[in-house]
Design a protein around this ligand. Structure first.
Ligand code: PMP
Length: 365
Protein backbone atom coordinates (compact mmCIF):
# COMPACT_ATOMS: atom_id res chain seq x y z
CA UNK A 1 0.00 0.00 0.00
CA UNK A 2 1.24 3.50 -0.81
CA UNK A 3 -0.19 7.00 -0.89
CA UNK A 4 -1.12 6.43 -4.55
CA UNK A 5 -3.59 3.70 -3.54
CA UNK A 6 -5.50 6.09 -1.34
CA UNK A 7 -8.19 8.62 -2.17
CA UNK A 8 -7.79 12.23 -1.10
CA UNK A 9 -10.04 11.93 1.90
CA UNK A 10 -11.83 15.10 2.99
CA UNK A 11 -13.99 13.25 5.51
CA UNK A 12 -15.20 15.40 8.43
CA UNK A 13 -14.59 12.53 10.83
CA UNK A 14 -13.52 9.93 11.37
CA UNK A 15 -10.96 11.63 9.22
CA UNK A 16 -7.69 10.95 7.49
CA UNK A 17 -4.84 9.53 9.59
CA UNK A 18 -1.10 9.80 8.85
CA UNK A 19 -0.06 7.11 6.37
CA UNK A 20 3.06 6.28 8.38
CA UNK A 21 0.86 5.57 11.41
CA UNK A 22 -1.40 3.26 9.41
CA UNK A 23 1.61 1.45 8.02
CA UNK A 24 3.03 0.89 11.45
CA UNK A 25 -0.32 -0.36 12.74
CA UNK A 26 -0.50 -2.74 9.78
CA UNK A 27 3.03 -4.03 10.32
CA UNK A 28 2.48 -4.64 14.02
CA UNK A 29 -1.14 -5.75 13.85
CA UNK A 30 -0.65 -9.52 14.19
CA UNK A 31 2.26 -9.32 16.61
CA UNK A 32 3.67 -6.34 18.49
CA UNK A 33 7.46 -6.48 18.76
CA UNK A 34 8.42 -7.86 22.14
CA UNK A 35 4.83 -8.85 22.92
CA UNK A 36 3.98 -11.50 20.33
CA UNK A 37 0.30 -10.60 20.32
CA UNK A 38 -1.84 -7.97 18.64
CA UNK A 39 -2.73 -4.63 20.19
CA UNK A 40 -6.28 -5.96 19.86
CA UNK A 41 -5.56 -8.92 22.10
CA UNK A 42 -3.61 -7.72 25.12
CA UNK A 43 -4.63 -6.83 28.64
CA UNK A 44 -5.04 -3.20 29.50
CA UNK A 45 -3.22 -4.01 32.72
CA UNK A 46 -0.13 -5.43 31.06
CA UNK A 47 3.25 -3.75 30.73
CA UNK A 48 2.81 -2.98 27.05
CA UNK A 49 -0.41 -1.01 27.46
CA UNK A 50 0.81 0.72 30.60
CA UNK A 51 3.66 2.06 28.47
CA UNK A 52 1.27 3.04 25.71
CA UNK A 53 -1.14 5.03 27.85
CA UNK A 54 1.74 6.68 29.70
CA UNK A 55 3.36 7.73 26.43
CA UNK A 56 0.06 8.92 24.94
CA UNK A 57 -0.41 11.16 27.97
CA UNK A 58 3.21 12.32 28.00
CA UNK A 59 3.07 13.18 24.30
CA UNK A 60 -0.17 15.13 24.76
CA UNK A 61 1.35 16.96 27.72
CA UNK A 62 4.45 17.97 25.83
CA UNK A 63 2.65 18.89 22.59
CA UNK A 64 0.04 21.02 24.34
CA UNK A 65 2.33 22.12 27.19
CA UNK A 66 -0.16 20.79 29.73
CA UNK A 67 1.01 21.64 33.24
CA UNK A 68 0.68 19.70 36.49
CA UNK A 69 -2.53 21.60 37.26
CA UNK A 70 -4.40 19.54 34.68
CA UNK A 71 -5.22 15.84 34.47
CA UNK A 72 -5.44 14.04 31.13
CA UNK A 73 -8.30 11.53 31.00
CA UNK A 74 -9.20 8.97 28.35
CA UNK A 75 -12.97 8.49 28.23
CA UNK A 76 -15.46 6.78 25.92
CA UNK A 77 -18.89 7.84 24.75
CA UNK A 78 -17.64 10.51 22.36
CA UNK A 79 -17.81 14.25 22.75
CA UNK A 80 -21.57 13.73 22.89
CA UNK A 81 -21.33 12.02 26.25
CA UNK A 82 -19.23 14.94 27.48
CA UNK A 83 -22.18 17.21 26.75
CA UNK A 84 -23.85 15.52 29.74
CA UNK A 85 -20.74 14.70 31.76
CA UNK A 86 -19.49 18.29 31.85
CA UNK A 87 -22.64 19.64 33.53
CA UNK A 88 -22.86 16.62 35.85
CA UNK A 89 -19.35 17.35 37.10
CA UNK A 90 -19.24 21.15 36.90
CA UNK A 91 -22.67 22.46 37.87
CA UNK A 92 -23.00 23.81 41.39
CA UNK A 93 -26.45 25.33 41.27
CA UNK A 94 -25.94 28.49 39.21
CA UNK A 95 -26.12 26.94 35.73
CA UNK A 96 -23.97 26.99 32.63
CA UNK A 97 -23.59 29.69 29.99
CA UNK A 98 -23.30 28.41 26.43
CA UNK A 99 -21.79 30.35 23.55
CA UNK A 100 -23.32 28.71 20.48
CA UNK A 101 -21.44 29.16 17.22
CA UNK A 102 -22.82 26.18 15.33
CA UNK A 103 -24.55 22.82 15.40
CA UNK A 104 -22.31 21.19 18.00
CA UNK A 105 -22.60 24.07 20.41
CA UNK A 106 -26.38 23.90 19.99
CA UNK A 107 -26.29 20.17 20.70
CA UNK A 108 -24.21 20.74 23.84
CA UNK A 109 -26.61 23.36 25.15
CA UNK A 110 -29.65 21.18 24.48
CA UNK A 111 -28.06 18.18 26.17
CA UNK A 112 -27.03 20.38 29.08
CA UNK A 113 -30.67 21.12 29.85
CA UNK A 114 -31.22 17.43 30.63
CA UNK A 115 -28.78 17.75 33.54
CA UNK A 116 -29.39 21.25 34.88
CA UNK A 117 -29.68 24.88 33.89
CA UNK A 118 -28.04 25.52 30.52
CA UNK A 119 -28.51 29.05 29.24
CA UNK A 120 -27.72 30.11 25.71
CA UNK A 121 -25.82 33.31 26.50
CA UNK A 122 -24.92 34.06 22.88
CA UNK A 123 -25.88 32.36 19.66
CA UNK A 124 -24.93 32.94 16.05
CA UNK A 125 -28.03 31.12 14.87
CA UNK A 126 -29.94 34.18 13.60
CA UNK A 127 -27.04 34.86 11.21
CA UNK A 128 -26.81 31.16 10.21
CA UNK A 129 -23.69 30.58 12.31
CA UNK A 130 -21.14 32.47 10.22
CA UNK A 131 -18.91 33.82 12.99
CA UNK A 132 -17.61 33.63 16.52
CA UNK A 133 -18.49 36.45 18.92
CA UNK A 134 -15.89 39.02 19.99
CA UNK A 135 -14.56 38.94 23.55
CA UNK A 136 -16.74 41.98 24.31
CA UNK A 137 -19.84 40.24 23.03
CA UNK A 138 -19.10 37.20 25.18
CA UNK A 139 -18.38 39.30 28.24
CA UNK A 140 -21.55 41.29 27.77
CA UNK A 141 -23.62 38.13 27.48
CA UNK A 142 -22.29 36.16 30.45
CA UNK A 143 -24.03 35.66 33.74
CA UNK A 144 -21.25 36.47 36.22
CA UNK A 145 -22.58 33.78 38.55
CA UNK A 146 -22.53 30.97 35.97
CA UNK A 147 -20.67 27.83 36.99
CA UNK A 148 -18.89 27.64 33.65
CA UNK A 149 -18.95 28.85 30.07
CA UNK A 150 -19.06 26.35 27.19
CA UNK A 151 -17.52 27.22 23.82
CA UNK A 152 -16.87 25.14 20.70
CA UNK A 153 -13.40 26.03 19.48
CA UNK A 154 -14.16 24.83 15.96
CA UNK A 155 -17.63 24.15 14.61
CA UNK A 156 -17.10 21.17 12.32
CA UNK A 157 -20.31 21.57 10.33
CA UNK A 158 -20.26 25.34 9.76
CA UNK A 159 -16.47 25.73 9.53
CA UNK A 160 -16.41 28.50 12.15
CA UNK A 161 -13.39 28.66 14.46
CA UNK A 162 -12.20 30.99 17.22
CA UNK A 163 -8.95 32.71 16.27
CA UNK A 164 -7.70 31.96 19.79
CA UNK A 165 -8.86 31.52 23.36
CA UNK A 166 -11.51 34.15 24.23
CA UNK A 167 -10.06 36.65 26.70
CA UNK A 168 -12.29 36.34 29.74
CA UNK A 169 -11.64 37.09 33.42
CA UNK A 170 -9.61 34.36 35.15
CA UNK A 171 -12.48 33.43 37.43
CA UNK A 172 -14.59 32.30 34.48
CA UNK A 173 -14.36 28.51 34.19
CA UNK A 174 -13.98 27.97 30.48
CA UNK A 175 -14.98 24.65 28.88
CA UNK A 176 -14.00 24.00 25.28
CA UNK A 177 -15.29 21.35 22.95
CA UNK A 178 -12.14 21.12 20.83
CA UNK A 179 -13.12 17.93 19.05
CA UNK A 180 -12.36 19.17 15.56
CA UNK A 181 -9.30 21.36 16.10
CA UNK A 182 -7.56 19.55 18.95
CA UNK A 183 -3.81 19.28 18.25
CA UNK A 184 -4.15 21.42 15.10
CA UNK A 185 -2.44 24.37 16.81
CA UNK A 186 -1.13 25.33 20.24
CA UNK A 187 -3.83 25.76 22.88
CA UNK A 188 -3.64 27.76 26.10
CA UNK A 189 -4.75 24.77 28.17
CA UNK A 190 -3.99 26.57 31.43
CA UNK A 191 -6.90 28.90 30.74
CA UNK A 192 -9.47 26.08 30.57
CA UNK A 193 -11.31 24.22 33.29
CA UNK A 194 -12.05 21.45 30.79
CA UNK A 195 -10.91 20.77 27.24
CA UNK A 196 -12.64 17.83 25.61
CA UNK A 197 -12.04 16.25 22.23
CA UNK A 198 -13.27 13.17 20.47
CA UNK A 199 -10.15 11.69 18.89
CA UNK A 200 -11.51 10.92 15.44
CA UNK A 201 -10.40 14.06 13.60
CA UNK A 202 -6.82 14.88 14.55
CA UNK A 203 -5.85 12.59 17.39
CA UNK A 204 -6.74 9.07 16.34
CA UNK A 205 -9.72 6.84 15.58
CA UNK A 206 -13.23 6.97 17.01
CA UNK A 207 -13.66 5.34 20.39
CA UNK A 208 -11.64 7.52 22.73
CA UNK A 209 -12.38 11.02 23.97
CA UNK A 210 -9.56 13.01 25.51
CA UNK A 211 -10.62 15.18 28.44
CA UNK A 212 -8.17 17.58 30.07
CA UNK A 213 -9.48 18.74 33.46
CA UNK A 214 -8.03 21.31 35.84
CA UNK A 215 -7.38 20.28 39.43
CA UNK A 216 -9.67 22.85 41.06
CA UNK A 217 -12.54 21.64 38.87
CA UNK A 218 -11.87 18.02 39.87
CA UNK A 219 -11.84 18.97 43.54
CA UNK A 220 -15.30 20.49 43.38
CA UNK A 221 -17.17 17.65 41.66
CA UNK A 222 -20.39 16.86 43.50
CA UNK A 223 -20.57 13.47 45.19
CA UNK A 224 -23.00 10.78 44.15
CA UNK A 225 -22.29 10.57 40.43
CA UNK A 226 -22.19 7.15 38.76
CA UNK A 227 -18.57 6.03 38.65
CA UNK A 228 -18.24 6.12 34.86
CA UNK A 229 -19.68 9.63 34.71
CA UNK A 230 -17.41 11.08 37.41
CA UNK A 231 -14.12 12.55 36.17
CA UNK A 232 -12.48 11.60 39.47
CA UNK A 233 -12.89 7.91 38.65
CA UNK A 234 -10.69 8.43 35.59
CA UNK A 235 -8.23 10.67 37.41
CA UNK A 236 -7.84 8.32 40.37
CA UNK A 237 -7.39 5.20 38.25
CA UNK A 238 -5.26 6.59 35.46
CA UNK A 239 -8.21 6.01 33.08
CA UNK A 240 -7.99 2.29 33.94
CA UNK A 241 -10.98 1.91 36.25
CA UNK A 242 -12.58 -0.28 33.60
CA UNK A 243 -11.31 -1.52 30.24
CA UNK A 244 -10.36 1.54 28.22
CA UNK A 245 -10.41 1.62 24.40
CA UNK A 246 -6.96 0.04 24.15
CA UNK A 247 -6.61 0.10 20.38
CA UNK A 248 -7.78 3.70 20.04
CA UNK A 249 -5.38 4.91 22.76
CA UNK A 250 -2.55 3.00 21.06
CA UNK A 251 -3.23 4.94 17.87
CA UNK A 252 -3.42 8.23 19.77
CA UNK A 253 0.06 7.38 21.01
CA UNK A 254 1.29 6.80 17.46
CA UNK A 255 -0.38 9.96 16.11
CA UNK A 256 1.07 12.12 18.88
CA UNK A 257 4.49 10.58 18.21
CA UNK A 258 4.04 11.48 14.53
CA UNK A 259 3.16 15.04 15.50
CA UNK A 260 6.24 15.30 17.67
CA UNK A 261 8.79 13.52 15.47
CA UNK A 262 7.63 13.98 11.89
CA UNK A 263 5.83 17.33 12.13
CA UNK A 264 7.88 18.92 14.89
CA UNK A 265 5.14 19.99 17.30
CA UNK A 266 2.06 22.14 17.26
CA UNK A 267 3.62 25.43 16.15
CA UNK A 268 4.84 23.67 13.03
CA UNK A 269 1.48 21.92 12.61
CA UNK A 270 -0.37 25.24 12.89
CA UNK A 271 1.83 26.82 10.21
CA UNK A 272 1.13 23.92 7.86
CA UNK A 273 -2.60 24.00 8.62
CA UNK A 274 -2.84 27.74 7.99
CA UNK A 275 -1.05 27.37 4.67
CA UNK A 276 -3.33 24.51 3.61
CA UNK A 277 -6.48 26.44 4.53
CA UNK A 278 -5.24 29.55 2.77
CA UNK A 279 -4.94 27.61 -0.51
CA UNK A 280 -8.66 26.87 -0.39
CA UNK A 281 -9.77 30.28 0.85
CA UNK A 282 -7.73 31.89 -1.93
CA UNK A 283 -9.53 29.68 -4.44
CA UNK A 284 -12.88 30.76 -2.96
CA UNK A 285 -12.06 34.47 -2.80
CA UNK A 286 -10.46 34.43 -6.24
CA UNK A 287 -13.68 33.19 -7.83
CA UNK A 288 -16.48 35.09 -6.08
CA UNK A 289 -18.96 34.48 -8.91
CA UNK A 290 -18.72 30.74 -8.37
CA UNK A 291 -17.83 30.18 -4.72
CA UNK A 292 -19.41 31.74 -1.68
CA UNK A 293 -17.65 31.04 1.60
CA UNK A 294 -19.94 30.27 4.54
CA UNK A 295 -17.92 31.71 7.43
CA UNK A 296 -16.95 35.34 7.76
CA UNK A 297 -13.23 35.70 6.97
CA UNK A 298 -12.19 36.43 10.58
CA UNK A 299 -13.93 33.26 11.81
CA UNK A 300 -12.82 30.92 9.04
CA UNK A 301 -11.76 27.48 10.13
CA UNK A 302 -8.40 25.99 9.25
CA UNK A 303 -9.96 22.54 9.63
CA UNK A 304 -13.32 22.61 7.82
CA UNK A 305 -13.58 24.87 4.78
CA UNK A 306 -17.23 25.46 3.89
CA UNK A 307 -18.57 27.12 0.74
CA UNK A 308 -21.48 27.05 -1.67
CA UNK A 309 -21.90 27.02 -5.43
CA UNK A 310 -24.58 28.96 -7.31
CA UNK A 311 -26.93 26.01 -8.01
CA UNK A 312 -27.54 22.42 -6.94
CA UNK A 313 -26.51 21.30 -10.42
CA UNK A 314 -23.17 23.07 -9.98
CA UNK A 315 -22.69 21.32 -6.68
CA UNK A 316 -23.45 17.91 -8.17
CA UNK A 317 -21.04 18.58 -11.03
CA UNK A 318 -18.37 19.76 -8.59
CA UNK A 319 -18.67 16.63 -6.42
CA UNK A 320 -18.63 14.35 -9.45
CA UNK A 321 -15.63 16.09 -11.00
CA UNK A 322 -13.72 15.97 -7.73
CA UNK A 323 -14.54 12.28 -7.25
CA UNK A 324 -13.19 11.52 -10.73
CA UNK A 325 -9.88 12.87 -9.51
CA UNK A 326 -9.94 10.81 -6.34
CA UNK A 327 -11.18 13.56 -4.02
CA UNK A 328 -13.99 12.29 -1.82
CA UNK A 329 -16.23 13.21 1.13
CA UNK A 330 -16.64 16.83 0.04
CA UNK A 331 -20.42 17.09 0.36
CA UNK A 332 -21.39 19.70 2.96
CA UNK A 333 -23.50 18.75 5.96
CA UNK A 334 -27.19 18.74 5.05
CA UNK A 335 -27.89 21.61 7.47
CA UNK A 336 -25.47 23.95 5.66
CA UNK A 337 -25.44 22.54 2.14
CA UNK A 338 -22.71 23.24 -0.37
CA UNK A 339 -19.23 21.84 0.01
CA UNK A 340 -17.14 21.11 3.08
CA UNK A 341 -13.49 20.24 2.74
CA UNK A 342 -12.16 18.88 6.01
CA UNK A 343 -8.40 19.26 5.98
CA UNK A 344 -7.24 17.83 9.28
CA UNK A 345 -3.61 17.49 10.35
CA UNK A 346 -2.99 14.33 8.36
CA UNK A 347 -4.36 15.71 5.08
CA UNK A 348 -1.25 16.12 2.93
CA UNK A 349 -0.54 19.54 1.41
CA UNK A 350 -0.65 17.86 -2.01
CA UNK A 351 -4.26 16.81 -1.40
CA UNK A 352 -5.26 20.40 -0.68
CA UNK A 353 -3.29 21.65 -3.68
CA UNK A 354 -5.14 19.20 -5.87
CA UNK A 355 -8.48 20.49 -4.61
CA UNK A 356 -7.50 24.16 -4.97
CA UNK A 357 -6.36 23.46 -8.49
CA UNK A 358 -9.61 21.66 -9.28
CA UNK A 359 -11.61 24.57 -7.83
CA UNK A 360 -9.86 27.02 -10.14
CA UNK A 361 -10.38 24.89 -13.22
CA UNK A 362 -14.00 24.21 -12.28
CA UNK A 363 -14.62 27.95 -11.87
CA UNK A 364 -13.16 28.72 -15.31
CA UNK A 365 -15.46 26.19 -16.85
N1 PMP B 1 -18.34 18.29 18.86
C1 PMP B 1 -17.79 18.54 17.67
C2 PMP B 1 -17.15 19.87 17.44
C3 PMP B 1 -17.81 17.54 16.68
O1 PMP B 1 -17.26 17.78 15.49
C4 PMP B 1 -18.42 16.30 16.95
C5 PMP B 1 -18.45 15.17 15.95
N2 PMP B 1 -18.26 15.42 14.68
C6 PMP B 1 -19.00 16.10 18.21
C7 PMP B 1 -18.93 17.12 19.13
C8 PMP B 1 -19.66 14.81 18.55
O2 PMP B 1 -18.69 13.85 18.69
P1 PMP B 1 -19.02 12.31 18.89
O3 PMP B 1 -19.63 11.84 17.64
O4 PMP B 1 -17.66 11.74 19.16
O5 PMP B 1 -19.93 12.20 20.06
Amino acid sequence: MSAADRVVNFSPGPGVLPLSVLQQVRDDLPSLPGVGASALEVSHRGDWFEGVIAEAEANLRSLLRIGDDHRVLFCQGGASMQFAMVPMNLLHGAGADHIVTGSWGARAAAEGTTVGAARIAWTGEPGSFVRTPSDEEILGALDPAADYVHVTSNETIQGVQYAGTPALPDEVVLVADASSDFLSRPLDVGRYGVVLAGAQKNAGPAGVTIVVVRGDVLERIPDGLPAMLDYRTYAEHGSLYNTPPVFAIYIVMLVTRWLRDEIGGLDAMATINEAKAQLLYDAIDGNPDVYQGHAEPSSRSTMNVTFRLPTDEDKTAFLAGAAEQGMVELRGHRSVGGIRASIYNAMPVEGVERLADFMRRFAER
